[in-house]
Write a protein that binds this ligand. Sequence first.
Ligand code: TMP
Length: 205
Amino acid sequence: MFITFEGPEGGGKTTQINLLAVYLQECGYRVLATREPGGTRIGDQIRACLHDVNNKEMVPQTELLLYSASRAQLVHEVIRPALAAGILVLCDRFYDSTLAYQGYGRGLDLSQLRQITAFATAGLKPDLTLLFDIDVESGLTRRTVGGEEMNRLDLEALTFHQWVRHGFHALAAAEPTRWALIDAGRDPQLVQNDVRRLVMERLQL
Ligand code: TMP
């Protein structure tokens, strides 16, 4: 089972994944939690380049290919072998972030993005994708106030992030059986209760 965590900035995905991983391990599942970009030695080097706030001249095409390169490495080196060994894989962002940020946000062609994504992942799709939905202003404020690592994309204008959020909603609406929407603006423990319920329902199917 492959579960991905998606959403705009500041939705608390990372905290939620960590809480869920501990819970699932207590329930007896073998779990691997990873993230994009990164999750491998090579991917972490790509992440540093992608998120460096000094790389202001990076064009959207380069950005797309670097996220995709990090994803290819993660899928082939980590995710596919783990799934083949029967391990439950949780991933903090996956290709839906490319569609939302580089597609809806940057305006790159969605059908081209899907082709590049299919190549990078060799066709791997999540079984379940949780959308941690939060309004853009609150999400960005949470990141700034929470003292989290600020990246090149955090510095984009508000309208960029509004397009990204709209993109996530459109992606979720197009594939309602894969996606579940979670109101991430609430108390983290309430959010975690929803996450556990949705994941356990899916595991019991
Ligand atoms: P995060 O680790 O805090 O979620 O940061 C990842 C950043 O990278 C976030 O701003 C979203 C962005 N991103 C893309 O633009 N495209 C992608 O394909 C991925 C995986 C992330």
